[in-house]
Design a protein around this ligand. Structure first.
Ligand code: KG4
Ligand code: ZN
Length: 411
């Protein structure tokens, strides 16, 4: 029923260019160290990893504070900041690793999906670097990297189910191999991190003494701890749509209407802090968690019905920036406990964007000889790029109804 192989441009290129090694160095001198570079959104990251996943050196420059002040990511500003920092970040990762560029086996860089202007900076820098040092180049899919990070930290065999939730994405996929994914569900409008960031902005949480330096998701998580979600309940999205896709725009509309109502009740203007921010944060977080949990529950049942996961130790991997949220992790734990899956979630540092996950994806591809290009091949970035083979129509057609599960999530 499901495709046995994924045809990707990388695979095709791989057939033309098997593992590439500069002839001048000879095979023995080819150390298997990878430099990873990430610039797909608002973090400039670089790291050097060896083939076992040991991090030899890393560096990260976050633009979060700038974008918090401007009220969201302005692509031209993000691009300028990547330009200003990329050379220093890469230098720092290399210096910390003590590895000379000549010892690298390859440079791996995010080329899709992401902000065009941000991707362009990382790609241009990396291709220049790879050519200058005569290194193989490995183009990386940002979501593939999020999905595989867990394998750097512990042994996790394919296939496994993965839920990736970040500021730009929300997706459920079966990871069957390094470059072999079945897409079960994706965001129909905005991503959960984007929703949390926008709600935090609408609530002016930057003015809250505890939240001024936090991302929207972090601020909501912190404030929710002292809130009562039952005081301002929201409807979980897509209750009557029996697939695994996600929608958060309608929820944000519900939240905005509630904020307006509360502002009128409290007699305050937009831009002032509501006294009930904790309750709104708690209910927002709970509804996001509940939506993610329900879609994931259905994905697990779909996988079970179609034999897509192993019967021994079937695993759900949760990653991406929003996966740092402890309440969301607990919601997913309820689902994995109910369905007999093991839940794995990298520590927060590896859930958000960084150079390490890109370098690790490079290592995984290097080990399998997949998508490794010579330094002189021109590569283009792709702002939009699906992960794997799209099975969302099959999932929808299965129309799996969920048994009721009590989402009593401890705070
Ligand atoms: O993966 P990531 O670093 O960048 C993207 O690829 O988008 O994710 C950033 C997103 C932001 O929207 C941020 O608000 C959210 O992750 N985030 C969180 C938490 N920490 C970061 N969302 C909920 N709870 C958190 N603790
Ligand atoms: Zn990301």
């Amino acid at each position: 029923m499901f495709p046995t192989k994924v045809k990707s441009p990388h695979r095709l290129l791989h057939l033309k260019h098997p593992f590439w090694c500069p002839p001048s160095l000879g095979k023995a001198a080819c150390s298997r160290l990878v430099l990873g570079i990430e610039t797909s959104c608002d973090d400039t990251g670089a790291a050097v990893l060896d083939e076992t996943g040991q991090i030899l050196g890393e560096s990260l420059h976050s633009q979060k504070e700038v974008h918090l002040r401007t009220g969201g990511i302005i692509p031209t500003v993000a691009q300028q900041l990547h330009r200003e920092h990329i050379e220093r970040v890469v230098q720092q990762a290399l210096e910390r690793s003590g590895v000379e560029p000549s010892r690298l086996a390859a440079v791996a860089t995010t080329v899709k999906p992401g902000l065009a202007l941000s991707l362009a900076v990382g790609l241009r820098f990396s291709q220049t670097f790879a050519r200058q040092h005569n290194k193989s180049f490995i183009p990386i899919h940002h979501m593939e990297a999020h999905a595989l990070t867990v394998r750097m930290l512990q042994p996790v065999a394919f296939p496994f189910l993965v839920l990736l939730v970040s500021g730009g994405h929300s997706l459920l996929a079966v990871a069957r191999g390094v470059d072999d994914f079945l897409l079960l569900g994706h965001a129909l409008d905005e991503a959960p991190g984007d929703t949390l960031d926008k709600v935090a902005r609408r609530l002016s949480l930057i003015k809250h003494p505890q939240c001024s330096t936090l991302s929207g998701g972090q601020a909501i998580e912190l404030l929710a701890k002292d809130g009562d979600r039952m005081r301002v309940p929201f409807r979980t999205p897509m209750g009557q749509t029996y697939d695994c896709c996600f929608s958060f725009a309608g929820l944000r509309n519900q939240i905005n209407m509630m904020i307006k109502k509360k502002e009128a009740e409290e007699g305050i203007e937009q831009g002032d802090l509501l006294s009930c921010v904790n309750d709104i944060a708690a209910s927002t977080q709970h509804t996001v968690a509940s939506h993610l949990a329900k879609r994931t529950h259905r994905a697990i049942l779909f996988c079970k019905a179609n034999g897509l996961l192993p019967s021994h130790s079937p695993t759900l991997v949760l990653s991406g920036g929003v996966a740092s949220n402890q309440y969301i992790r607990k919601a997913l734990t309820i689902i994995t406990d109910t369905t007999g899956l093991r839940l794995l979630c990298p520590p927060a540092k590896f859930c958000t964007d960084n150079g390490v996950m890109i370098a690790w994806n490079g290592v995984e591809r290097l080990r399998e000889g997949k998508g490794i290009l010579p330094p002189d091949v021109d590569v283009s970035y792709e702002p939009k790029a699906q992960l794997g083979v799209d099975l969302t129509a099959e999932v929808k057609a299965a129309a799996i109804k969920l048994p009721s599960v009590r989402m009593k999530i401890p705070t």
